[in-house]
Design a protein around this ligand. Structure first.
Ligand SMILES: Nc1nc2c(ncn2[C@@H]2O[C@H](COP(=O)(O)OP(=O)(O)O)[C@@H](O)[C@H]2O)c(=O)[nH]1
Ligand SMILES: [Mg+2]
Ligand SMILES: [Zn+2]
Length: 294
C-alpha cells in the first residue's frame, strides 16, 4: 500500500494512505544503513498490519527536499508578501524566488493585505503584479479583510502538497484561517506573545486542507541562499534570463561583464525589469563574497 508521511512522532511515522487512512508505522529494513532517513512528505510503500499500525518498506525517490523545515516532495510554495505593514519589497520577493527556484519548487506569489491600499497605491502595486505575471509567475492578490483571492488560494491547494512562506506579520496564519477556519491559528500579537520555548522541538506536520496537504510551519525559515547554490547557477533562477540565454554571445555567460550579453541588452531595452537585474547583481555579489569567505 502507498502513502505519504505526514508526521514524525516518538520514533513512529504517521502515514496517510491513498485511501485516507492514518497508519502509525515503524521503519523496517535497513534505511539507516542505506543512509535514508524518512521525512515528512516522503512517499512510502507500507505494509498495513490491519490494526492501525504498519511498517515502512520503501521510501520513493524525492522530487525535492528542504532541510529547514525537514520536508520532502513539495509541489508548490505560496510566497506571501504584504503590500503594506510591512511594506512590499522587490528585493525580498526576488530573494524568495531564488530560494525556491534553486530547490525546483513551483512558486505562487501571494500579495496580502490589499485592503490597506488606496487607489493610487493599488495602481503602483499592480506594476509588480504585471511584472511577475509577464515573467510567467502566478500572482494572487488577497485580503482576508475583504475576502479577496481566498477562493483562488483554496482551489490552488487541491491535490498538492504546499508550504506557506513569508516573513512574520505578512498574514500567513490569517490566510490559512480564511481558507480553513477550523484551523483557528493564532494571528498577530497573540501568536508572538505565545513564544514557544527555545528547547521545544518543533516537528513538521502535514495537515489536510482544502483537498490538499499543507505544512504547518513556514517554509524557508532562513533567507540565506542554500550552501549548494553556486554563483554560476544563479542565472537559472531567473526564468526570463533563461529564456534569452541562448542569444548571449558566450555559452558560459553569467550576464555580468561579458560582451554580447542578450540579458543586459534586454535590460537596456526595458524588456527585462531593471529591479530584477539589479537584484541579480546584488545576489551574485553576495554569493561571491561567501565563496571568498570559505
Ligand atoms: N488589513 C489586513 N490585515 C491583515 C490581513 N491579513 C493579516 N492581517 C493582519 O496582519 C497581522 C499579522 O497576521 P498573521 O496572520 O499573524 O501573520 P503571520 O505572522 O504571517 O502568520 C495581524 O494583525 C493580522 O490581523 C489582511 O488581509 N488585511
Ligand atoms: Mg503566523
Ligand atoms: Zn548574458
Amino acid at each position: 500500500m502507498k502513502g505519504t508521511i505526514i508526521r514524525l512522532q516518538g520514533g513512529f511515522y504517521d502515514v496517510m494512505t491513498e485511501t485516507d487512512q492514518e497508519i502509525r508505522c515503524r521503519a523496517r529494513g535497513n534505511f539507516r544503513k542505506r543512509n535514508i532517513s524518512p521525512v515528512v512528505g516522503d512517499d512510502v510503500v507500507i505494509q498495513d498490519q490491519g490494526d492501525g499500525t504498519g511498517y515502512i518498506l520503501e521510501v520513493e525517490e524525492r522530487e525535492n527536499h528542504l532541510i529547514r523545515p525537514p520536508i520532502a516532495n513539495i509541489d508548490q510554495a505560496f510566497l506571501l508578501f504584504s503590500v503594506k505593514e510591512p511594506a512590499f519589497s522587490y528585493h525580498l520577493l526576488d530573494r524568495f524566488l531564488v530560494l525556491i527556484e534553486s530547490k525546483q519548487i513551483h512558486p505562487i506569489i501571494v500579495l496580502t493585505k490589499m485592503d490597506l491600499l488606496d487607489d493610487e497605491e493599488t495602481e503602483k502595486i499592480r506594476e509588480a503584479t504585471t511584472l511577475y505575471r509577464r515573467i510567467g509567475y502566478e500572482v494572487i492578490e488577497t485580503s482576508t479583510e475583504s475576502s479577496v483571492g481566498v477562493e483562488l488560494i483554496r482551489s490552488a491547494f487541491k491535490q498538492k502538497t504546499s508550504v506557506f512562506a513569508g516573513q512574520t506579520g505578512v498574514g500567513k496564519s490569517s490566510l490559512l484561517n480564511a481558507v480553513a477556519p477550523e484551523l483557528a491559528l493564532a494571528t498577530g500579537k497573540i501568536s508572538k506573545s505565545l513564544g514557544r520555548g527555545k528547547h521545544t522541538t518543533r516537528h513538521v506536520t502535514l495537515i489536510r486542507l482544502a483537498e490538499g496537504l499543507v505544512a504547518d510551519t513556514p517554509g524557508f525559515s532562513s533567507l540565506e541562499f542554500p550552501q549548494e547554490l553556486e554563483t554560476e547557477e544563479l542565472r537559472w533562477c531567473f526564468p526570463e534570463f533563461v529564456e534569452l540565454h541562448d542569444e548571449c554571445k558566450f555559452r558560459g555567460c553569467v550576464h555580468m561583464n561579458e560582451p554580447g550579453c542578450a540579458v543586459k541588452a534586454a535590460v537596456d531595452s526595458g524588456e527585462i525589469a531593471s529591479t530584477r537585474y539589479e537584484n541579480y547583481v546584488t545576489f551574485m555579489e553576495e554569493l561571491n563574497d561567501r565563496k571568498r569567505r570559505y
